[in-house]
Design a binder for this molecule. Sequence first.
Ligand code: ATP
Length: 360
Amino acid sequence: MGGAPLLRLARVTKAYGDVVAVRDLSLDIPANEFFALLGPSGCGKTTLMRLIAGFETPDDGRIYLDGQDITDLPPHLRSINMMFQSYALFPHMSVAQNIAFGLKQEGRPRQEIASRVEDMLRLVQMVGLGERRPDQLSGGQRQRVALARALIKRPKLLLLDEPLAALDRKLRHDTQFELMQAQRETGTSFVVVTHDQDEAMVMAHRMAVMRAGAIDQIGAPREVYEEPATRHVAGFVGETNFFEGRVIQYMPGGVAIETSKGLKLEAFCQQHPAIGAKVTISIRPENLRLSAPGVFSSNGSAGEILDQVFREGLSSFRVKLDTGDLVHVRKSVSEGGAQHARGERVFVSFAPEHARALLT
Ligand code: ATP
């Protein structure tokens, strides 16, 4: 992507009294991107959205949209819209009137409004339902009306705060794909705040994982999953197993560590920790090998299968290692995932290139 990004945050800080909600944060979002902001409660996601929308002013730093400094522009003068968690539909207005609201306020001609409302109804698959009132709609339909209302003014950027939080699990799943389609068809960049890492992994082109007002890592979901930059990211995005220890040796492309329980493990490492430095190895459940005792004898530990859960074609095992560590191992049935019994002795190990040694 060449040229200026659609949205640029340059070293933005926002504090409420002693609490620094967003700290010296820089971020570029290009046009036509589905971007997800992820992180634990209180990490600053909502504050960041409110700064972008213009409901808050930064204490420091600047915000640019399409190259224009919008830091001091009020919300209604920014080509940015925000869809709130509650949807905030007007209960006394029809679906069509709700969707038309923004254009009416701008004083657009009736015919143009009618035709753009029709376009929006088509976009959110609500053709024929324009005359209903919000209380005559399902939760999923209300969500679609809110989306149509937020998009009708063709903002360059749409901010969505937990857009699927009010929906049940099955509906959330289907609605994810509808949101992705709406983003593709309009070309508007979406910035979605979510607690739900699965949701971000499915929908986003890129995602940012935040912690304490700052971004720990930005990248494509798969890259963040496979190459977590910090322990926080590894633990927040997807399930993982951690082994803490100290570096005892450098290996080609990685390090060897010794845990406090005397386990010696090797893992890939992108940083350069000193000998003796504390590091954490992160290894995803699907990257752990389960084998009969005696097949492998290094980079792992013997242990015993504690229990097994079968779900969606995958077997998840909890294994108690002889060191006392508890690990999760996940195998598909085709990998022989169903073949281990409770109480069975196994050797749990991994290839160093499948694990990441992280310094922070
Ligand atoms: P959640 O996922 O729970 O919504 P969040 O990541 O959106 O959390 P923010 O709402 O941005 O987090 O809050 C970041 C920090 O700033 C928190 O410590 C919060 O208590 C604080 N904070 C947010 N708004 C205010 C405010 N108006 N006054 C004082 N402190 C605030």
